[in-house]
Design a protein around this ligand. Structure first.
Ligand code: CTP
Ligand code: MG
Length: 232
C-alpha cells in the first residue's frame, strides 16, 4: 500500500514579511502559522505522515509548536533554498525508512496556512496514481501586463491557459527525488523540477483562500480566513 506523506518546508527566514522572526512562527488567532498548517494535514484522513523541514539552527519550533503527534516527524535539515530544503527532507525520509520510493509525497509551503481541507482532498483524488503527479493551481483571473523598463505597459499578455501554481504539489517520492537531484537553479516549485524530466503534472483547481503569507499586508487576510473556522 502506498502511503501519502505531507512534507512541509519551514526553513525560510521570511525576509519579505519582516516580522523579526520567520513568518511561520508568527501567531495568528491563537496559534502559530506553522501549527495551523501542520494541523490541516494531521487532521486529514488521507494523509499518513506529516514531516516538517526546519532550519538546522531553528530556535522557535519547540516552544512555538507544542504539537505531539505520532504521525509528525521533525527534520532539521533545511537548506539555503526552498528546493534544497525539500530535497534534503525527502532524502532524510527515505534514509530513515519513513518513506519508500513508491509513496506519494505532497509538498506544501508552511506559509500557506489557510489551505481548505476539501482542496487537499480534491488534489489527492484527481492525481490518484498518475505518474505525472499534480498540483493545486488557479486559472489567472486578472488582465496581465508586461512592463517596460520604466514601469509602463509594454503589452497586454493573453491569460489563455495561464495558471498560478499553489501547493500542495503531489508526486511519487522516487520521481521527485530524481527530479531534485539535478541542479536546483530556477527550480521554484516541485512541478518545475519534474517538468524538466519530461513529465506533465496535472493542474487541479486550487482555492483563492490558499494564499501564501508573503508580505505584511497578507496577515490581515489570513487572520480573517483563519477566524472563519467552520467553513474551512
Ligand atoms: N523555505 C524553506 N527553506 C528555505 C526557504 C524557504 O523551507 N531555504 C520554505 C518557507 O519556510 C516557506 C516556503 O518554503 O514555508 C515558501 O517560501 P517563501 O514564502 O519564499 O518563504 P521565505 O523564504 O521564508 O520568505 P522570503 O522569501 O520572503 O524570505
Ligand atoms: Mg523565499
Amino acid at each position: 500500500m502506498n502511503r501519502r506523506i505531507a512534507l512541509i518546508p519551514a526553513a525560510g527566514v521570511g525576509e519579505r514579511f519582516g516580522a523579526g522572526k520567520p513568518k511561520q512562527y508568527v501567531e495568528i488567532n491563537g496559534k502559530t502559522v506553522l501549527a495551523h498548517t501542520l494541523d490541516i494535514f494531521l487532521q486529514h484522513a488521507q494523509i499518513d505522515r506529516v514531516a516538517v523541514v526546519l532550519s538546522p539552527d531553528d530556535v522557535f519550533f519547540q516552544t512555538a509548536c507544542r504539537i505531539r503527534h505520532d504521525r509528525l516527524t521533525v527534520l532539521r535539515c533545511g537548506g539555503i533554498s526552498r528546493a534544497e530544503s525539500v530535497r534534503n527532507g525527502i532524502d532524510a525520509l527515505l534514509q530513515q525508512g519513513l518513506a519508500s520510493g513508491s509513496d506519494r509525497i505532497l509538498v506544501h509551503d508552511a506559509a500557506r496556512c489557510c489551505l481548505p481541507p476539501e482542496a487537499l482532498t480534491r488534489l489527492i483524488e484527481a492525481v490518484g496514481d498518475d505518474e505525472n503527479g499534480g498540483i493545486l493551481a488557479i486559472p489567472v483571473a486578472d488582465t496581465l501586463k508586461r512592463a517596460d523598463a520604466d514601469k509602463r505597459t509594454a503589452e497586454t499578455v493573453s491569460r489563455e491557459r495561464l495558471w498560478q501554481a499553489q501547493t500542495p504539489q503531489m508526486f511519487q517520492t522516487a520521481l521527485l527525488q530524481r527530479a531534485l537531484s539535478g541542479g536546483l537553479d530556477g527550480i521554484t516549485d516541485e512541478a518545475s523540477a519534474v517538468e524538466r524530466l519530461g513529465f506533465k503534472p496535472r493542474l487541479v483547481q486550487g482555492d483563492v483562500r490558499n494564499l501564501k503569507l508573503t508580505l505584511p499586508q497578507d496577515e490581515h487576510i489570513v487572520r480573517l480566513l483563519l477566524s472563519d473556522g467552520p467553513s474551512r
